[in-house]
Design a protein around this ligand. Structure first.
Ligand SMILES: N[C@@H](CCC(=O)N[C@@H](CS)C(=O)NCC(=O)O)C(=O)O
Length: 209
């Protein structure tokens, strides 16, 4: 809901700061579902997964999907910390030197290590999707992860993708799911930009070379 109708950022902050809220979120994103206020992306997905039929039924598969999701979250944190290596409260321009130094390790060591891991997971499962027989929320997250990394670090990804055939195929499969395709073609799909987690700064993509 937009701010002029009582939604938007003001409403978001209000719930976070309201003393009456006994279980306040630390940061957005968070989801209000009836009386529940649920924060942390992986936690929100764990809640939504069964309701949207985006996880298998069995307990061990659910734990595994959640584990993979937390690993995605770890890489997303590292991507964020590369353009903000010193403090989130400083502008990128105020921490460029440190960002470059950090980006060298992100592009040279960390992105390859995480993506090789996901490639190995897909190879071991030998399925159409990462877990079980049908699409789960971690497939959607892996799609978004690859899309974001391609945007932020195109050079690095071009170098790595030949070694990641399963991840690339999974990305294509998710794109082609009818409802995902409709979302991607709609105004709901916000283009990557330099205010989000995945930011394209040429000097960071090149830091490793
Ligand atoms: N681990 C959290 C990260 C949430 C997060 O970093 N939120 C950002 C905005 S997207 C924020 O407001 N952070 C405030 C802060 O860290 O002080 C998640 O996966 O949801």
């Amino acid at each position: 809901m937009p701010a002029r109708r009582g939604g938007g950022v003001p409403a978001l902050l209000q719930a976070m700061e309201d003393e009456a809220v006994k279980r306040p979120p630390f940061a957005p994103p968070y989801l209000r579902a009836g009386k529940l206020l649920i924060a942390q992306t992986a936690n929100i997905l764990q809640f939504l997964g069964p309701r949207l039929r985006l996880v298998p039924r069995d307990h061990s598969a659910r734990i595994w999907v959640h584990q993979l999701q937390l690993t995605v979250a770890d890489l997303v944190d590292e991507v964020h910390d590369t353009h903000h290596p010193i403090a989130s409260s400083l502008y990128y321009a105020q921490q460029k030197t440190e960002a470059r130094r950090r980006a060298r390790y992100l592009t040279g060591e960390r992105i390859p290590k995480y993506l090789d891991y996901f490639e190995r997971v897909l190879a071991a499962h030998r399925g159409t999707y990462a877990v079980g027989r049908t699409v789960t929320y971690v497939d959607l997250s892996l799609f978004q992860l690859l899309a974001g990394l391609r945007y932020a670090y195109p050079r690095t990804l071009r170098r790595l993708e030949a070694g990641l055939p399963r991840l690339v195929t999974l990305h294509e499969r998710v794109c082609a799911l009818p409802r995902i395709a409709a979302y991607l073609a709609s105004p709901r799909r916000i283009a990557f930009n330099e205010e989000g987690i995945f930011r394209h700064y040429l000097e960071l993509d090149r830091a490793g070379r």
